[in-house]
Design a protein around this ligand. Structure first.
Ligand SMILES: Cc1cc2nc3c(=O)[nH]c(=O)nc-3n(C[C@H](O)[C@H](O)[C@H](O)COP(=O)(O)OP(=O)(O)OC[C@H]3O[C@@H](n4cnc5c(N)ncnc54)[C@H](O)[C@@H]3O)c2cc1C
Length: 532
């Protein structure tokens, strides 16, 4: 099925609701040293440069990945400037729901390791701070991976064994047990499910807001949201001691030690622009997704668990640890819209129904045809959705029948009270994210490409990225300094970074070498950076 229908262009609820603050205009500010009070910073520019803002680390992109990276770097004692061109949740983070699921992942892979570590960190965060847990709408609802045929059910048993082997308790549920556990679910004879009781769900947007608030509580942090934070170009330093410069609409921002590109799917373009190497751009592709939120349908039993159909696992199959994904990792493999049933109940009682995946460019307007297809699929599993599915189908048909798409779809896409979220998942060819330094550009780092897992994988990604940056800062401090001014700033940042690095932290970057940008790039295109 192709997504050919378009509705009247309008702003997405995801963006409108999430960008709660007025964009900040870039102001003269110099986050000079770790832990220095913002009030003590320098006015615009210094004798040495006309930079508007300087920080130890500059991060581009205030999605969930940039936020977790910022939080960890601040914890390490480094000053951080976060640049965002639109507002919080303007990218994929605003569309994502926040399933922290493991049932569909493959133990033993590097993707699994990143997700499992992240889930552990999420747990640590909410256990340490009950207010945070409540604010992000943490739900211990468990997840059900649903099989609709005897052959799928057989593969559930295999998966159950693998999950149990790595300590994730998974229980096989036959149709009879499922009828009690999930009364709204209808499966054909032979259907079954795997229950991972410890899987959880959060509200991704709320998590992003609270993470930003936590960062803002640090005097070593500043953020620039809106026009002034839009990165227009990068000037990479010629040598290791220089410090990269980011050109924004609001002025020049200098990364004293590290520049981190965490701009989701837009990271590829920024990297290609900076390095002149277009393969970086091709490595990251927008994978559009729709997610539907609607009031609990009358008469339908409440969805108890997070649910996903078995075919959801295919999106994670080629990201299961193969260092070199085969040709099937090509972005053209599923040019048509893929619809996979997912469902959960949010903390506020609304029903969340997903989801679509398609490589269809940069468009983020909702498609009535895709909305309808998601509803039809969901109604096969949840018959209580049939009336809503019929309404969505009628709206899609009306959109097709109208000579122009103008006015053919309401914001509810035909279903009263429904809102549609659309986001561009950052898909990295091969299916694994990139986290780490860019070879040949000392001080330049990437954290992007998490596709449908950024909310889940955010915490460990932030930690891993921060570890890479601290290693770099430490190495720069140990190397002979190219100038006295860079030497003094490096050594103070290194002291802060080094002290934090000494704290007990079991993270070993070597376990995640498959995620290094150049490794991912080589796996995708067979060439290392700068060799083309
Ligand atoms: C429908 C849907 C459902 C999903 N469900 C889940 C889920 O249940 N669980 C899960 O783990 N994941 C889920 N995801 C995936 C998840 O949302 C993403 O993996 C994650 O949000 C990516 O975060 P990010 O920070 O890398 O990118 P983004 O959130 O896209 O953030 C990148 C930011 O960079 C900014 N930016 C871009 N260019 C520039 C520039 N030049 N200057 C300044 N700023 C710039 C953008 O405005 C944006 O705010 C879902 C995604 C979708 C679409």
């Amino acid at each position: 099925m192709q997504s050919t229908l378009r509705v009247q262009p309008r702003s997405l609820p995801a963006q409108g609701r999430c960008a709660s603050r007025r964009p900040r205009i870039l102001r003269p500010l110099h986050v000079a040293q770790p832990l220095q009070q913002r009030s003590a910073v320098l006015a615009r520019g210094t004798a040495a440069s006309d930079d508007t803002l300087t920080a130890d680390v500059v991060i581009v992109g205030a999605g969930i990945v940039g936020l977790f990276a910022a939080a960890d770097l601040l914890k390490a004692g480094l000053s951080v400037a976060l640049l965002e061109r639109k507002g919080l949740c303007a990218g994929a983070t605003g569309a994502g729901q926040g399933y922290l699921w493991r049932a569909h992942r493959n133990p033993g892979s590097v993707g699994w390791a990143l997700a499992a570590r992240s889930v552990a960190l999420w747990h640590r965060l909410v256990e340490a701070d009950p207010a945070f847990r409540e604010a992000i709408e943490w739900q211990d609802c468990g997840s059900l991976l649903v099989a609709t045929s005897p052959s799928e059910a057989a593969s559930l048993s295999e998966r159950q064994m693998h999950l149990n082997e790595v300590g994730v308790r998974a229980s096989y549920m036959d149709g009879r047990r499922l009828a009690d556990a999930e009364p709204g679910l209808a499966l054909p004879p032979g259907g079954a499910a795997l229950l991972v009781g410890a899987d959880t769900q959060i509200n991704g947007r709320k998590a992003a807001h609270i993470l930003l608030d936590k960062c803002r509580a640090s005097p070593a942090f500043t953020d620039v949201m809106g026009e002034g934070g839009e990165v227009q170009g990068l000037e990479l330093a010629a040598g290791p001691g220089g410090g990269h410069v980011v050109r924004t609409k609001g002025g020049r921002v200098r990364a004293r030690h590290a520049l981190v590109l965490a701009a989701g799917v837009w990271t590829g373009g920024l990297l290609a622009g900076a390095t002149g190497d277009q393969e970086w751009k091709a490595l990251l592709q927008p994978r559009r997704g729709h997610l539907l939120e609607l009031p609990q349908p009358a008469g339908m039993p409440r969805v108890v668990h997070g649910m996903m159909e078995m075919s959801y696992t295919k999106h994670y199959a080629h990201a299961s640890g193969a260092t070199t994904p085969g040709p099937t990792a090509s972005v053209t493999e599923d040019a048509e819209v893929d619809i996979t049933f997912t469902a959960t109940t949010s903390a506020s009682g609304t029903l969340l129904i997903g989801s679509s995946r398609e490589f269809s460019g940069w468009e983020t307007d909702p498609s009535p045809a895709v909305v309808s297809a998601i509803m039809q699929r969901a109604a096969l599993f949840l018959p209580g959705l049939q009336p809503a599915a019929a309404q969505a189908a009628a709206a899609a048909a009306a959109a097709i029948g109208s000579s122009s798409s103008s006015g053919s779809s309401s914001s509810s896409a035909g279903v009263p009270g429904m809102t549609v979220r659309v986001g561009l998942r950052p898909y990295a060819v091969g299916g694994l994210p990139m986290v780490g330094p860019v070879a040949g550009a000392p001080g330049l780092f990437v954290a992007a490409g998490h596709e449908g897992s950024g909310l889940c994988m955010g915490p460990a990604t932030g930690q891993l990225l921060s570890r890479h940056v601290r290693k770099h800062v430490g190495a720069a401090a140990a190397a002979p300094a190219s100038s006295s001014s860079s030497a003094s700033s490096t050594s103070s940042a290194a002291a802060a970074g080094g002290a934090a690095a000494k704290k007990a932290d079991s993270l070993d970057t070597r376990s995640f070498e498959d995620l290094l940008p150049d490794v991912r790039r080589k796996a995708a295109f067979g060439s290392a950076a700068g060799k083309k």
